[in-house]
Design a protein around this ligand. Structure first.
Ligand SMILES: *Cc1c(COP(=O)(O)O)cnc(C)c1O
Length: 374
């Protein structure tokens, strides 16, 4: 019998690794909610909203039940709906586009740039008299160049809504993701840089009027009197239990993001000289690497080779939004956005989470080096 070293699996993300380091704080925080019994819009929701707003450098934060709801409610809160158009990128997670449709507006998609980032240069051609807002996505936790976009949206009087669902804590010129637009949406889906133990989301804004409207919209459109409903009666609240968990996690976010950046640096170092497109290091901005997505030939073959070495990987995203069956009504067939389509065929997300062992980075690099040489 041959002896073979069974190598440990390199996980794509490992949520349990983080949970263990946060005990007993997590259990205590949850137990305190059970003792108080304030499960809906309880104390931890208000506290977490204050803490998260301060972290982002904005004056208001409103907990909601998902990143999708955050986007949709911002649009509704701004009065954007039927007859209006909202511009976003074709290569994003489906929620960015579906939130626009759910609010009743028309999603107008644009192609991304060569790195898969929001392409400010393509916005102007997509503007029509019906355009009300632009939703740039800080995709993969890469802070996008908001300054160039702002010049354009100012001159056309359009609102910027940031999709910061992958970018908790990312920084551009000293300011956090979420503090640039009229409002921003965050997701606390468990795998995000700041994740709950279920669904959750947050809206942040400096606009006090909008915050007041959103506070009502997430809670059955209730105004200041109980059981008097002034607006769309939706239920989009963040659970107190999730807020209690997120309060335990938030103080660690910057450290976790530093670790993600160190892993990204290690990947860049280990993959140097190989024919793969690597994400830039952020320059003036600080990316938070929700994902470490590379651009590579023979992507599916590479993915199989990694799997054969017990290394997990992901594809974000295999089908751009304009080619999703659910958006067939947009009438955008193959060839509409060639850069996004090529990106979808070539992008590969490597293992990335704060506790990722450096050995994992080197095992990934070994496989890629071997394949690229063949
Ligand atoms: C996760 C995500 C969302 C939606 O968040 P949910 O909490 O899953 O609804 C929206 N946009 C982007 C870019 C995301 O990654």
């Amino acid at each position: 019998m041959t002896t073979q070293t069974i190598r440990e699996r390199v996980r794509f993300v490992d949520l349990q690794a983080q949970i263990a380091t946060l005990q007993p704080g997590l259990s205590e925080a949850m137990a305190a909610v059970l003792d108080r019994g304030d499960f809906i819009l309880g104390r931890d929701v208000g506290e977490f909203e204050r803490e998260f707003a301060e972290y982002c450098g904005v004056s208001h934060a409103l907990g909601v039940d998902s990143g999708f709801s955050a986007l949709e409610l911002i649009l509704r809160g701004l009065g954007i709906g039927p007859g209006d158009e909202v511009i976003t990128q074709a290569n994003t997670f489906i929620a960015t586009v579906s939130a626009i449709r759910e609010a009743g507006a028309k999603p107008v998609l644009i192609d991304c740039d060569e790195q898969g980032n929001f392409d400010v240069a393509r916005v102007e051609a997509a503007i029509t008299p019906a355009t009300r807002a632009v939703i740039p996505v800080h995709l993969y936790g890469r802070i996008m160049n908001i300054n160039a976009l702002r010049e354009l949206t100012d001159s056309y009087r359009l609102v910027i809504i940031e999709d910061a669902c992958q970018a908790h804590g990312a920084i551009l010129e000293g300011a956090r993701a979420g503090s640039f637009g009229r409002a921003a949406a965050f997701s606390f889906y468990p795998g995000k840089n700041l994740g709950a133990f279920g669904d959750g989301g947050m809206i942040v804004t400096d606009d006090a009027d909008l915050a007041r409207i959103l506070n009502s919209l997430r809670n059955y459109g209730q105004g200041t009197s109980k059981y008097v409903h002034e607006r769309d009666p939706l239920n989009r609240r963040l659970d107190t239990l999730q807020a209690a968990i997120l309060r335990v996690k938030l103080p660690h976010l910057d450290d976790w993001n530093d670790r993600r950046r160190r892993a990204a640096d290690a990947y860049r170092e280990a993959l140097r000289g190989l024919p793969v497109g690597l994400p830039a290091d952020g320059g003036d901005g600080r990316h938070v690497y929700h994902l470490f997505a590379i651009d590579i030939d023979r992507r599916d073959e590479v993915r199989d080779a990694l799997a054969a070495e017990s290394i997990e990987s992901g594809i974000h995203y295999p089908v751009p939004c304009h080619l999703q069956p659910t958006f067939a009504d947009l009438g955008l067939g193959p060839g509409s956005f060639p850069v996004s389509e090529r990106h979808a065929e070539r992008t590969l997300s490597l293992p990335m989470y704060p506790e990722l062992p450096m050995e994992g980075v080197h095992r990934v690099a070994d496989v890629l080096r071997r394949l690229m040489a063949s």
